[in-house]
Design a protein around this ligand. Structure first.
Ligand SMILES: CCCCCCCCCC/C=C\C/C=C/C(=O)SCCNC(=O)CCNC(=O)[C@H](O)C(C)(C)COP(=O)(O)OP(=O)(O)OC[C@H]1O[C@@H](n2cnc3c(N)ncnc32)[C@H](O)[C@@H]1OP(=O)(O)O
Ligand SMILES: Cc1cc2nc3c(=O)[nH]c(=O)nc-3n(C[C@H](O)[C@H](O)[C@H](O)COP(=O)(O)OP(=O)(O)OC[C@H]3O[C@@H](n4cnc5c(N)ncnc54)[C@H](O)[C@@H]3O)c2cc1C
Length: 697
């Protein structure tokens, strides 16, 4: 796998055997080292035991609160261990693989995962978890996450009957081909055409321009045999806009592209390893013919004669697959954020800098107030996103049931909430992973910390399934105050209410928090509405355009209110387990007061609170951090992540960080040889030349 040099000596993880260094130059640690046996013995020590002993709550019960149920803890635990114990699912070397090796490794893991799923007769829930713990983006994510849901949501019963069994058994592999080179956000601007030919009862799929090339779909580049392709439906000479079509792309015999189909991978992406395991693809059609019944016809149909018939349902149901994936992305945000936070908290408890007195131990960096004020809000956000994700999943299920009964009243609310929460949670998580890297100091920059790869894999979530800014602007369409907008019905009260907070402790009252967040969100929305009408006396669209930066901030305020509200509601529920409710209460307060502190300008500018009340919130925040401190390690233990899933030497459960870091370094391909490749070509001549020059002086 790794390239060795032809004229260089090979060393298998040998410590400091460079011929250019004498034993006397080795650091003291190495002189006493007895190699990896010694390292393994050290690894049995739990360096975080003292931290775990200070927890004031039942960690096992917190695992239940985090996972949602005892059953969920149990299943997740089983699947995580199944993956961690299987050598095929090893991932510690993947940042060192070439793109081709990484892609093949992804195919191997996906095939092995499927084999295990079939052998063990895993349920859908177990199989989803197993794939999650394999933790390597690949074509299966799009097959199960978008291709199958698109057919379920937009296919007729007959179409589902035909296609889903093939997809369920992997007799076909599918992807979701919507975005084009020229258009992604503006779905109505897509150019691919699907023209009905009544003579043959077929659609002709065509890419009329370079910019109409499908570009980005995951799994398209190398793996998929089929795609749901979004194209402009043209029949009887009329363009009826974007519709979905099932199109076969590759032969089921030898995987070669079918006639008229040109396709490939779009090239390497940000970071080493990371999302490069995915074959995001490019696709062009040259008058490719498909039978009429491969148009997804649940929402609208084309008859044998070529008549376009639209069922009596909102046309936005075409976007249903995106709504489904956006809600799952919110749940994913809490997973990615909690992984980063788990690494940063454990490492901050192990890492010591400064503060030694009389030769005693130095201070754990977790004890620095600055470290706490950067890290604990992220810990609280992980819990906040977890609970709002659960609620969003409930909302999505509820909307889906209503849609089945032809009740479309909550569709707009579901769209706004999924779009807004997807935007806010992914943006915060992407920034937070980078903050966790900085919180881990220099070692956080090493691939072995797990953080660079986590960041590189995660950041595109701010773009895919809708650019976050574009999605936030969707919230600003001024709908009826229903569901999460209901507080807007209290406009008269919220426009003039004054916060009654007069001490730091008053900020522990959920009603005080709720009122301040509602007043801020409402006043920002009202200010926007007023400014829009002032900015554009003739046209609302012009005012909307002019004031869109303010609209973004108002949308964020609304979404933060939803997150705070759902966290407060969660804490109001009955939560079993010693001290669990108290910890969640503290984290809820940390989340809310941190947002208040960070966005103090909004709260002050809209007159929701006074500067003094803002200062009291910050004072309370400091007290909450002190309350979280002894529980911090146990709070991340409650995520219940295996070392395999975390993939971080800094976040190891046992906290035995230094030997692991040290051992990891020797696995780098550069250390396969003592003298580097290139020495004879570039280093030796250089050194010799200088020596020659010096000898002439
Ligand atoms: C265990 C299983 C887990 C599964 C997880 C799998 C996850 C796999 C993750 C893999 C990673 C990456 C995959 C990535 C995939 C992709 O990126 S697919 C491509 C995604 N593309 C987008 O998201 C494009 C973004 N653009 C849009 O969504 C729309 O074009 C936009 C909403 C921005 C605008 O649409 P228009 O048609 O122009 O509409 P507009 O005029 O603005 O609005 C009309 C009207 O419709 C309402 N509306 C818009 N969208 C929706 C919707 N989705 N649902 C309901 N209603 C919607 C809008 O509010 C307007 O309403 P109004 O009443 O007329 O005001
Ligand atoms: C890793 C990855 C995987 C993907 N997987 C798939 C897939 O499987 N299938 C698929 O079909 N697609 C996929 N995509 C494509 C993805 O959905 C689009 O890239 C995404 O929707 C953003 O669209 P865009 O690229 O057109 O961005 P653009 O819209 O071009 O955005 C560029 C900039 O313009 C701004 N902007 C755009 N419109 C507005 C506006 N109206 N107002 C203000 N600002 C605006 C944006 O905020 C952004 O800053 C994937 C993308 C990535 C990165």
């Amino acid at each position: 796998m790794w390239r060795g040099g032809s004229n260089t000596r090979t060393c298998k993880r040998r410590f400091f055997s460079s011929p250019t260094r004498s034993r006397h130059h080795r650091p003291p640690y190495m002189l006493h080292s007895r190699g990896s046996q010694h390292l393994k013995a050290m690894a049995e020590v739990d360096h975080l035991a003292a931290e775990r002993a200070t927890a004031r709550f039942d960690v096992e019960e917190m695992k239940v609160a985090w996972a949602g149920s005892r059953h969920a803890v149990h299943v997740a635990d089983r699947m995580a261990r199944l993956v961690a114990s299987d050598p095929v699912f090893r991932k510690d070397n993947r940042t060192m693989l070439s793109r081709k090796e990484l892609f093949k490794d992804t195919l191997r893991k996906a095939a092995h995962a499927w084999k295990r799923i079939v052998e063990l007769r895993l349920t859908e829930e177990e199989a989803d978890l197993l794939r999650q713990y394999v933790d390597q983006p690949g074509y299966v994510d799009l097959h199960w996450g978008m291709f199958v849901p698109a057919i379920k949501g937009q296919g007729t019963e007959e179409q589902q009957h035909k296609w889903l069994p093939l997809a369920y058994k992997f007799q076909i592999i599918g992807c979701y081909a919507q975005t084009e080179l020229g258009h992604g956000s503006n779905v109505q601007g897509l150019e691919t055409t699907a023209t009905f030919d009544p003579k043959t009862d077929e659609f002709v799929i065509h890419s009329p321009t370079l910019t109409s090339s499908k570009w980005w779909p995951g799994g398209l580049g190398k793996a998929s045999t089929h795609a749901v392709v979004y194209a402009r439906l043209i029949t009887e000479g009329k363009d009826y806009g974007i519709h979905g079509f099932i199109v076969q792309l590759r032969s089921l015999e030898d995987h070669s592209p079918l006639p008229g189909v040109t396709l490939g991978d779009i090239g390497g992406k940000f970071g080493s390893g990371a999302y490069n395991s995915m074959d995001n693809g490019v696709l062009r059609f040259d008058h490719v013919r498909i039978p009429r019944d491969q148009m997804l016809m649940r929402l609208s149909q084309v008859t044998r004669e070529g008549k376009y018939v639209h069922s009596n349902v909102p046309k936005q149901l075409l976007y249903g697959t995106m709504v489904y994936v956006r809600q799952s992305i919110v749940a994913d945000a809490s997973k990615a954020l909690s992984r980063a936070v788990c690494i940063a908290v454990r490492y901050s408890a192990v890492r010591k800098q400064f503060g030694s007195q009389d030769g005693g131990p130095e201070t754990q960096v977790l004890n620095y107030k600055t470290q706490q004020s950067r890290l604990f809000p992220l810990l609280a956000s992980a819990y906040a996103f977890r609970f709002v994700g659960d609620w969003l999943n409930w909302l999505y299920t509820d909307v889906t049931q209503k849609l089945e009964a032809k009740d479309f009243s909550t569709l707009q609310e579901a769209h706004a909430c999924t779009a807004g929460l997807k935007a806010v949670t992914t943006s915060v998580t992407a920034d937070a992973i980078e903050e966790c890297r900085k919180l881990c100091g220099g070692h956080g920059y090493l691939n072995s910390s797990g953080l660079p790869e986590l960041f590189a894999v995660y950041v595109p979530a701010c773009t895919y399934e809708g650019d976050n800014v574009v999605l936030l602007l969707q919230l600003a369409s001024g709908k009826q105050p229903v569901g999460t907008m209901a507080y807007m019905g209290k406009v008269q009260y919220l426009m003039q209410c004054k916060s009654a907070v007069s001490s730091a402790e008053d900020w522990l009252n959920p009603d005080a928090i709720q009122e301040a967040f509602e007043a801020r969100a409402l006043r920002m929305a009202v200010n926007c509405a007023q400014n829009i009408s002032q900015a554009a006396s003739q046209e609302e669209a012009a005012g909307f355009y002019e004031r869109s930066p303010d609209l973004l901030e108002a949308a964020v305020a609304h979404i933060q209110l939803i997150i705070v509200t759902k966290f407060i509601e969660k804490v109001h529920q009955e939560i079993p387990g010693h001290g669990v409710k108290e910890q969640l209460q503290a984290l809820c307060n940390v989340y809310a007061l941190y947002i208040l502190h960070k966005h103090l300008g909004d709260f002050l500018a809209t007159g929701c609170i006074t500067p003094r009340q803002g200062a009291l919130a910050n004072e309370q925040l400091g007290k909450l951090y002190a309350q979280v401190r002894p529980n911090a390690v146990a709070l991340v233990d409650a995520f219940n992540y295996t070392d395999h899933y975390l993939g971080s030497v800094l976040g190891r459960y046992d906290g035995d960080v230094y030997p692991a870091l040290y051992e990891e370094a020797w696995k780098d391909p550069l250390n396969e040889t003592v003298v580097p490749e290139g020495y004879h070509e570039y280093l030796r001549p250089l050194i010799k030349q200088q020596q020659l020059k010096l000898s002439r002086l």
